[in-house]
Design a protein around this ligand. Structure first.
Ligand code: SF4
Length: 139
């Protein structure tokens, strides 16, 4: 096999390391798509995914075992930080935030140049590979 499965399907570190916060109107209550029942308020203008605003974060929507096999239960309706987060190596660019989350779980940084089986990566998984940034995976 010359191509690899998307590494996000066996990672999930970014969904259990950062606070995943976003403008509150991304949730259903504000007319958006993120299930409101899975969010909580951070400020009058910010919401976050439940489970991510604490010392040992893990998004309530993350299913599976980190570093083994994971998926996002609301993948099609996940918030913008998850959609915008680039895993390390995507577009040939290193992601310090991806590396940091992976390192927290004892996972090595992803190589910058690797090929992904697009038939798999388009089906998808977790937030990585199109989601967050900074100390929060978020806004
Ligand atoms: S991709 Fe899904 S599981 Fe990961 S942080 Fe976002 S909503 Fe949570």
């Amino acid at each position: 096999m010359s191509e690899n499965l998307n590494p996000c399907v066996s990672c999930g570190a970014c969904c259990a390391y950062f606070r995943v916060s976003f403008y509150w109107a991304e949730s259903e209550d504000g007319g958006g798509m993120v299930p409101s029942s899975l969010t909580e308020p951070v400020t009058p203008f910010l919401s976050c995914m439940q489970g991510t605003n604490c010392k040992t974060p893990r998004c309530i929507a993350l299913e599976g075992e980190i570093g083994q096999s994971v998926s996002c239960s609301i993948y099609l309706n996940r918030p913008s930080p998850c959609r915008e987060f680039d895993m390390s190596g995507e577009h040939g660019i290193h992601s310090e935030t991806c590396d940091r989350a992976r390192a927290h779980y004892g996972l090595p940084a992803l190589p910058v140049n690797f090929a992904i089986d697009k038939s798999v990566s388009d089906i998808m998984t977790v937030g990585c590979n199109r989601a967050p940034e900074q100390g929060t995976i978020a806004t």
